[in-house]
Design a protein. Structure first.
Length: 404
């Protein structure tokens, strides 16, 4: 098959500054190419990256993009114009995978040669279902996302398939191998430092733990980007957390910036005993790749009661769940953290179960499943009949200048 993968407007492939979507689809593209398919990735132009090149069997086309903004409307405008630029460089293909919200809504109507349109729904749908009537296949990151798509537009039911974000299970499992429990025990969070992630709630719960004298020594480590261009809540939010909770938590609290090297990040996961992901984003979360990676490293997970986490964390077996919307949410979170910190046997057993459970999300298995969906789509249906948009000539320049 000829497969094209389109990422978002604000990062290149290979990824810089994090970019979980870019990392995941780059790795999948390499797996597709190794399986004999012709693969192209369209991503943002970036200083020092060629506009067009082929690396490890994957063709790269890089197009002028833009930086991420705090404003949703600005980001949607960037995404719209990004789609117009992308559409002009898409090669003829059997499948075109869109990791953008707007492009899949209209691409099939004007670019028959780009292939069957596959939309990756990485957020809870907000009008997506009605707009995606002409999309050929929808990859839903969790059962909760799939159910929301079907409820909003029953006509999509037979086109929605599961697509849990894949992880490098072996890398994380090796990094998480622990002979003895470290001292102090580490409660960890890895992700964006953003208000919707429930970090203030986590710090409130940690403050409650300081009142207990019956717990083993513990520390709290938060790792991730806080700047707005990287998806964080901004330095003001980060500094506010430090100002409010550092006096109470003292040396127990450590806040680190993002870690972009995969092996180094896996080692960070490997140093965590209890991984806490207390997200409050009812409509923002869809799967929880950070949770899956922590579980692969053997950490016992604690998560909020969002529906999208149910596939990962089975309460009492592969982790613990707390009710984040309860009036006493901080006390509830403190209680489940206390349970795991104070019971080494349960913590280790839960971590082992969690690790075994997420092995199904390894790249090799997810790649195989996705290719099966693509092959079936190509066999059963032709691309939508539509007017063809002219393709722009190839850009022969080797190195690009920074975007304005």
């Amino acid at each position: 098959m000829k497969i094209t993968i389109v990422t978002g407007f604000f990062l290149p492939v290979p990824a810089v500054r994090g970019g979980s979507t870019e990392k995941i689809w780059h790795r999948l593209a390499q797996q597709f190419a190794a399986a004999g398919h012709e693969v192209t990735i369209v991503s943002r132009r970036w200083p020092g990256f060629a506009n067009r090149e082929t690396v490890a069997g994957v063709h790269h086309v890089r197009v002028r993009g833009a930086n991420h903004s705090r404003s949703l409307l600005v980001n949607l405008a960037h995404d719209f114009f990004w789609g117009l630029r992308v559409a002009r460089v898409l090669p003829p293909a059997d499948i075109v995978v869109c990791n953008t919200p707007i492009l899949p809504a209209w691409l099939g109507r004007i670019r028959q040669t780009s292939g069957r349109v596959v939309a990756v729904v990485a957020r809870m749908p907000k009008g997506h279902a009605q707009a995606y009537g002409r999309v050929d296949l929808l990859l839903a990151l969790s059962d909760a996302v799939g159910a929301a798509l079907r409820a909003a537009n029953p006509g999509l039911a037979d086109r929605v398939v599961p697509f849990p974000y894949p992880i490098d299970w072996n890398l994380h499992a090796q990094a998480g191998a622990k002979a003895v429990a470290p001292t102090p025990l580490t409660i960890g969070y890895i992700g964006r430092i953003h208000p919707e992630k429930g970090l203030r709630l986590l710090l409130e719960a940690a403050s409650l733990l300081t009142r207990r004298s019956d717990l083993p020594p513990w520390r709290l480590e938060l790792i991730g980007p806080s700047s707005i261009p990287q998806g964080g809540g901004g330095e003001v939010f980060r500094d506010g957390l430090i100002a409010d909770f550092a006096p109470v938590l003292g040396p127990r609290l450590e806040l680190r910036g993002p870690e972009f090297d995969p092996a180094a990040l896996a080692r960070r996961y490997g140093g965590i005993d209890v991984f806490c992901y207390p997200s409050l984003a009812e409509k923002g979360e869809t799967f929880g790749v950070a949770i899956a990676e922590a579980m692969a490293a053997g950490a016992a997970p604690v998560v909020s009661a969002l529906g999208c986490f149910r596939e990962l964390v089975h309460d009492g077996r592969t982790g613990l769940v707390f009710e984040h919307s309860a009036p006493d949410a901080a006390e509830r979170l403190a209680a489940v953290l206390t349970r795991l910190l104070s019971n080494e046997s349960e913590r280790r057993t839960m971590g082992e179960r969690a690790q075994a459970h997420v092995r199904r999300y390894d790249f090799a298995e997810v790649s195989r499943q996705v290719l099966e969906h693509f092959s079936e789509l190509v066999r059963r249906s032709p691309p939508s009949v539509a007017r063809v948009l002219p393709t722009a000539p190839a850009d022969a320049s080797d190195i690009v200048k920074p975007d304005a």
